[in-house]
Design a protein. Sequence first.
Length: 135
Amino acid sequence: SPLAFEDIAESMSKVVKTGASLSDSVEIVTQGMKLAIATGESLSNVTDALSRTMVAFSLSADKAKEIISQFYSTAIQTPSSVDQISQALTNSSSAFATLINNTEKSGEGLKQYQSDLLELNVAMVGSLSEVGWIY
């Protein structure tokens, strides 16, 4: 179903409230719209899940496409919704934050490390979902 202007405006407002710049908010909501259409979930739920995950992992808007791709891949291969995937990622983010905080990596190395940990976390959530531990 087409997305209503009100849904898009509400999602923009939610994303801006997370501290994202206007241009970053536009990118995040744009990616969220694509995921909402692809999965059939509401834009509000997708935007909330995307924002929650980005905040939990301290990711910038340029990672939105990567997260959307991870969400989509996991959502179509498992019985879990985007919201459930995000909740699982957010719940385990503190363990990954500890790993990030205790690394000696910095700059681009740290960004790659964060990206690798996010991919690992998504793979773990996908595996747990496939065996029925996440619904």
